[in-house]
Design a protein around this ligand. Structure first.
Ligand SMILES: [Zn+2]
Ligand SMILES: [Zn+2]
Length: 353
């Protein structure tokens, strides 16, 4: 609702200034000279690759599968980047680091940030070899460390532990900040890492969340989304991928929070621009959505919760038609599925909470 109000306000201001009848997407964009940070979510199919750009300084986070290496390198060069100040390898899975060796061998990279694991695949070894051969400074990711580039910074938020059951939760999670606008980029971090971030008591609020693990239901827990309160979510995944990413549970949760999500499989490369206060998006394919949005007006006012019926012992999402017809005295609220299950309630077969 607040988002709508701010758009309305922007419309009113523009009307009174320019007297124009309709607001074209161009007029909503932030003027080039005012852009302080661009975040490019590069379409690499099923994988992740994100380029951060601020005042001529660049940071690359992941580079998709091996065959995406040249796409990412080309993209970096198209931005006239002479060098990458930081290259971050979130975790040693091929859909994130496969293209990195090609990039590091193809453009000057100053620093390489990652977290140590016992991974020994040849794909990962090739990345480490490229780092070594090109004299790139190797940095261990340490939670709490902040790095500056241009007029923006990024802070390492995770991983907080040394032992996880899979490589995904070893993901280096970064909070990127420019002025009042924040992006939380989570690699493939799953619910265990999300919970640690919540428990650590850090301020996780962000205007834009790059959903963990390509929108999989193993990430983006309700509690985490509630802590981040993103107004926008980015899902980086391939068309018709083998994993069914993004999972419908994740999309449902985002919708419920009134969070607008943008998918690289549908829109191609997605570029977010900010002047530190407003945010706008441009996409490669299809429409260029999006009104400017001002900082701190994230969604999440609607808490992710469930409503049970005391007489039928069935629980629903709040927007299910089963709730609309329920009498007030029969309603009981739950903040999680677990809570509902423990109370002996079963999920509705229509809204499938
Ligand atoms: Zn992974
Ligand atoms: Zn992945």
């Amino acid at each position: 609702m607040k988002k709508f109000l701010s758009l309305l306000l922007a419309l009113v201001i523009l009307f009174s200034v320019s007297g124009c009848d309709l607001l074209s997407p161009k007029e909503q964009e932030i003027a080039d000279e005012n852009v302080r940070l661009k975040v490019h979510f590069i379409d690499v199919g099923q994988g992740d690759s994100i380029l951060l750009e601020s005042k001529g300084e660049f940071v690359l986070i992941d580079a998709g599968e091996k065959e995406s290496g040249s796409t990412v390198l080309k993209y970096i060069k198209s931005r006239n980047a002479d060098s990458l100040k930081y290259v971050i390898a979130t975790h040693p899975h091929s859909d994130h680091i496969g293209g990195l060796a090609k990039v590091i061998n193809g453009v000057d990279a100053e620093n390489f940030i990652t977290v140590e694991t016992d991974q020994t695949t040849s794909t990962w070894m090739n990345v480490l070899k490229a780092v070594d051969q090109n004299d790139v400074n190797y940095i261990d990711a340490v939670v709490g460390d902040t790095y500056a580039f241009g007029e923006a910074t990024f802070t390492i938020m995770a991983p907080l532990s040394k032992n996880y059951s899979g490589y995904n939760s070893y993901s280096v999670v970064t909070m990127v900040q420019c002025g009042e606008i924040r992006f939380l980029l989570t690699g493939d971090a799953e619910k265990d890492s999300e919970k640690e971030m919540i428990d650590a008591g850090e301020d996780l609020r962000a205007d834009v969340l790059k959903c963990g693990h390509h929108g999989s239901s193993t990430s983006s827990s309700a509690a985490f989304l509630k802590a981040v309160k993103p107004a926008y979510a980015i899902i980086s995944c391939g068309k018709n991928n083998d994993y069914g990413h993004p999972h419908k549970e994740t999309l449902k949760k985002l919708k419920l929070m009134d969070c607008t999500y943008l998918r690289t499989d549908k829109l191609g490369t997605i570029v977010a621009s900010t002047d530190g206060k407003y945010l706008s998006f441009a996409t490669e394919k299809g429409k260029t959505e999006i009104a400017t949005y001002s900082a701190g007006e994230g969604s999440g006012e609607t808490e992710v919760e469930y409503i049970g019926n005391k007489s039928s012992h069935i629980f629903h999402y709040p927007n299910c038609s089963g709730v609309k017809n329920m009498s007030e005295k029969n309603k009981v609220e739950f903040t999680s599925r677990e809570e509902a299950a423990e109370a002996g309630y079963f999920p509705c077969s229509a809204c499938k909470p």
